[in-house]
Design a protein around this ligand. Structure first.
Ligand code: DCP
Ligand code: MG
Ligand code: MN
Length: 342
C-alpha cells in the first residue's frame, strides 16, 4: 500500500481483486484472521501487477500468493466468480450469522452464541434471548445502524455537534474524520474528532462529558449512549444521534463517535481516525521497519525491538501535533485523505 500505486481503473486484475476482497471481508467477519491476511496480501500483489493473471502457475510465481489462493485466482479469472464465495453467501447458517453480526456491538463470538442457541431471527432474539441494554438498542435500530449515511447528512451531524460545542466554548474544534474525511459519498458512522488549541485531555473530557453530551441529549440530537471510556483515562464516547426536521433522514438513528484529542496529539489522531484501517496498518508497519513506532498519540523514535519485532523500549516522542510532519519524518510523501484508501 505504501509502495507503487496503480490506479484501480487501469488495473487488469480489478475483477479478480473485487471477488478476493469479498472473500477477505467474509473471513474477516467470521474472525479468521489468518485467511483474511492471506487474501489481503494476495490483493496487494495483484494491485501492483501490470498484466492480467490467468493461471495458477502465473499466480504462484508472484510474491505473497500460495497454492490454494493461486487456484482461486485461476477460477475467478476464467469464470468471473468463485464457488467458495457463492457457497458462503448461500449457507443458511451463515446468513443468520451475518445478520446477527450486524447487530451493533455483537461480534463474531456473540453472534455465534445466538446461532448455537438456535435463534434464527432478530425477533426471536428480542423475545427469547437475554440481551444487554445496548444489544437491545442495536436490534431495535438494526435497519438504521446498517444503512449508509449520505455525505450531506454526515455534515449535518458534525455541524450539530460543532454548533452546540461553540456555544459552550468557541475555541473548540470539531473535525469530522473517518470515511467522510477520505471523501466518501456515504459513511457507516460519524467520527467527530474534538480538540482545542493548547488544551489537555482532562479539560476536553470535562467539557464534552459534563456539558456537551448532556446538552445534546436535551436537544434530542443524541438518543443513546453505547460506550464511553472510564472517566480517568477515557478519550472516546460512542452513541447514537438523530437529526430532527422534515428532511428524508428525519428520525433515522445514526452511529456517532466523539473522539477526544489533546492538542499535542492532534496530528497522530488525525492520521489514525482518517484511516482507512489498512492504510493505518501499513503506515505503522513502515514506522516499525524504521525503528519508529506510530500510534494514535504520536510518532516515536529509538524504539528497540527484539527478534520478533516486539517492543523492548517505548522510544521517545518525535511528533504528535502535526499530521504533515509525521509523514515527513516517516519519509512518506504527503497523502491527502482521499488517497488513503488501501
Ligand atoms: N481504525 C483503525 N483500525 C480499526 C478501526 C478503526 O485504524 N480496527 C481507524 C481507521 C478508520 C477510523 O478509525 O478510518 C474510523 O473507524 P470507522 O470504523 O468509523 O471506519 P471508517 O470511518 O473508515 O468507515 P465507515 O464509513 O464504515 O465508518
Ligand atoms: Mg466511520
Ligand atoms: Mn467510527
Amino acid at each position: 500500500c505504501m509502495h507503487k500505486h496503480t490506479g484501480s481503473d487501469e488495473n487488469p486484475n480489478v475483477g479478480t481483486i473485487a471477488i478476493l476482497q469479498q472473500m477477505a471481508e467474509y473471513y474477516n467477519q467470521v474472525g479468521d484472521e489468518w485467511r483474511t491476511r492471506a487474501y489481503r496480501k494476495a490483493i496487494s500483489t495483484l494491485r501492483n501487477h501490470p498484466t492480467k493473471v490467468w493461471t495458477r502457475e502465473e499466480a504462484l510465481a508472484l510474491p505473497q500468493i500460495g497454492g490454494r489462493l493461486a487456484s482461486k485466482i485461476e477460477e475467478i479469472a476464467y469464470t468471473n466468480r468463485l464457488r467458495r464465495l457463492d457457497n458462503a453467501k448461500a449457507e443458511p447458517q451463515d446468513q443468520v450469522l451475518q445478520t446477527f453480526m450486524q447487530v451493533y456491538g455483537a461480534g463474531f463470538a456473540q453472534a455465534s452464541k445466538w446461532v448455537n442457541a438456535g435463534y434464527t431471527t432478530l425477533d426471536e432474539l428480542v423475545e427469547k434471548a437475554e440481551l444487554t441494554p445496548n444489544q437491545r438498542i442495536g436490534i431495535d435500530h438494526y435497519a438504521d445502524f446498517n444503512s449508509r449515511i449520505p455525505r450531506a447528512e454526515v455534515e449535518q451531524h458534525g455541524n450539530a455537534v460543532r454548533k452546540a460545542l461553540h456555544k459552550i466554548d468557541p475555541a473548540f474544534d470539531v473535525i469530522v474524520g473517518g470515511s467522510y474525511r477520505r471523501g466518501a459519498k456515504d459513511s457507516g458512522d460519524i467520527d467527530c474528532i474534538i480538540t482545542r488549541p493548547n488544551t489537555d485531555l482532562p479539560h476536553i473530557r470535562q467539557v464534552v462529558l459534563d456539558q456537551l453530551v448532556p446538552k445534546l441529549f436535551a436537544k434530542r440530537f443524541l438518543m443513546a449512549e453505547l460506550a464511553a471510556t472510564s472517566r480517568d483515562d477515557g478519550s472516546k464516547w460512542h452513541g447514537a444521534s438523530c437529526i430532527a426536521g422534515s428532511s428524508s433522514s428525519t428520525g433515522i438513528w445514526r452511529r456517532i463517535d466523539l473522539l477526544l484529542v489533546p492538542s499535542d496529539e492532534l496530528g497522530a489522531a488525525l492520521i489514525y481516525f482518517t484511516g482507512n484501517d489498512i492504510f493505518n496498518r501499513s503506515l505503522r508497519l513502515l514506522a516499525s521497519t524504521k525503528g519508529m513506532r506510530l500510534n494514535q498519540r504520536g510518532l516515536y523514535k529509538d524504539v528497540i525491538r527484539g527478534k520478533g519485532r516486539e517492543k523492548l523500549s517505548e522510544g521517545t516522542l518525535v511528533e504528535g501535533r502535526d499530521e504533515k510532519r509525521i509523514f515527513e519524518v516517516l519519509g512518506v510523501p504527503w497523502r491527502p485523505p482521499e488517497h488513503r484508501i488501501c
